[in-house]
Design a protein around this ligand. Structure first.
Ligand SMILES: Cc1ncc(COP(=O)(O)O)c(CNCCCC(=O)O)c1O
Length: 454
């Protein structure tokens, strides 16, 4: 069934409504408490504290109803209180919250593995392992690739983001804030040029996907040698690095080279997975079938769960006990995931994501023609972004980007920024957001861009 917004129902009023300045008094009091209790290294992009959330809105502790265009960084695709997820969580918790799958296993873990083996690209024999965070999934995908190939080298890309653990920091490109002063980092990680069509063209490079892949492959072969590479890991659309959509042909060329050289091709779909890009997984767009796919974020309606799903011959190469962790595939998170997957299926959220994207791109492309500060409008499905630049140039404008996000927030819309140059505004609405609320948020964003760039 293709979702029309008429078929969506909500618990909270789907409205943008400010009843205090932001932050309000209760948020201010919580911020004071936080200063004495929480380490300063943990940032928050929004100065208000959530009290409730549903569909496309977050209600703060002062009663302000904000439109959420962030989904908690691409997590609450089914909303932050999907009733089916909430009921499944409560029911499971009443039986048991934890036994540790490595001690006393339970069906929920197996059922999630079966669903992911069926849902992920490729009809080959697959196996799944569940963890808690995206970084943990990435770490374990690399462990499997190194064991299965007997090789050490791992290839990552410019603008990549893979996590905040030691190995995933090594794989991540941007130093501030993710890596600065946290080294030394894991060895045998090599960074190659990414296909970044907007900036490749601006730099006078051939922005064609096959040409970009040839540049990367040439560097891999000269710097490492194909027979020394355990894995290539890449986000099919780069998230934190700036919602960078590689040119058509780039991913298939890399995947083909990996296959020819016995290199494990890992698609990091932590941010692109589970309907976000208009398909269940972003790899589907060009028919790329990864050897291993890492997943998290949208998988379980907000509960912490991550996974690797991959070729059975790779994952079953690991010795018994070689993969695991205390909380991996927590039963409550597994119950949430099964419920969230049902919601995504019943509401056809891949189709809803495509509709959200079409609506957003149309408005932002029209605005780009009007104002001179939008260098690029890009993305797929409900993973859309604009890159802000100085008028008439491709020079990143991070200050303007921050000003736009601040103006949008002051008007009651939560917007996230990203990008290697800090000049990308990204739209990650819950996929259950209604058209009216989305349109209101887009109007606020357009106004913020016009005002900030005037
Ligand atoms: C592609 C991709 N791989 C891996 C990860 C890591 O997932 P974890 O669940 O945050 O560990 C991400 C997490 N992205 C948001 C991180 C935000 C922040 O920490 O400031 C991702 O996008």
């Amino acid at each position: 069934m293709t979702t029309t917004t008429a078929s969506l129902s909500y618990r909270l009023p789907q409205v943008r409504n400010l009843v205090t300045a932001l932050p309000g008094p209760e948020s201010a009091r919580l911020a004071e408490r936080r200063r004495s209790a929480v380490a300063g290294g943990v940032g928050s992009s929004v100065p208000v504290y959530a009290a409730d959330a549903d569909g496309g809105v977050i209600v703060d502790v002062d009663g302000n109803s904000l439109i959420d265009l962030g989904s908690g960084i691409a997590v609450t695709s089914v909303g932050a209180s999907d009733p089916r997820v909430a009921d499944a969580v409560a029911a499971q918790a009443r039986h048991f919250t934890h036994t540790c799958f490595m001690v006393t296993p339970y069906e929920g873990y197996v059922a999630v593995a079966e669903r992911l083996n069926a849902l992920t690209p490729g009809d080959h024999d697959k196996r799944t392992v569940l963890f808690n965070s995206g970084a943990e999934a990435v770490e374990n995908a690399i462990k499997v690739a190194r064991l299965a190939t007997g090789r050490d080298a791992v290839v990552a890309f410019d603008h990549a983001y893979h996590g905040r653990t030691n190995l995933t920091m090594a794989l991540t490109a941007k130093t501030m804030p993710y890596k600065k002063d946290f080294g030394p980092f894991a060895p045998e990680v090599y960074r190659m040029p990414m296909s970044y069509p907007y900036r490749d063209a601006a730099a006078g490079l051939d922005a064609d996907g096959a040409a970009a892949a040839a540049r990367a492959i040439s560097q891999i072969e000269k710097q490492i040698g194909g027979d020394a590479v355990a894995a290539i890991i890449i986000e099919p659309i780069q998230g934190e690095g700036g919602f960078i959509v590689p040119a058509p042909g780039f991913l298939p060329a890399l995947a083909a080279w990996a296959k020819e050289n016995g290199v494990v091709f890992i698609a990091d779909e932590v941010q692109t997975g589970f309907a976000r890009t208009g398909a269940w997984f972003a790899c589907e767009d060009e028919g790329v079938v990864p050897d291993i796919i890492t997943m998290a974020k949208g998988i379980a309606g907000g509960m912490p769960l991550s996974a690797i799903t991959g070729r059975a011959d790779l994952l079953d190469a690991v010795h018994a006990g070689g993969l695991g962790g205390t909380y991996g595939g927590n039963p409550v998170a597994c119950a949430a995931a099964l419920a969230a997957l049902d919601t995504m299926t019943d509401l056809d959220l891949p189709a809803r994501a495509r509709a959200i994207g079409a609506r957003s791109v149309a408005r932002l492309s029209a605005l780009a023609d009007e104002v001179g500060v939008i260098g690029d409008v890009r993305g797929r499905g409900a993973m859309i972004a604009i890159e802000l630049v100085r008028p008439g140039t491709s020079e990143p404008d991070a200050e303007l980007t921050r000003a736009i996000a601040a103006k949008a927030l002051a008007a009651g819309v939560v917007i996230l920024t990203c990008g290697t140059y800090g000049n990308v505004i990204r739209l990650l609405p819950p996929l259950v957001i209604g058209d009216d609320l989305l349109d209101d948020a887009l109007t606020v964003l357009e106004t913020a861009i016009r005002e900030a760039s005037a």
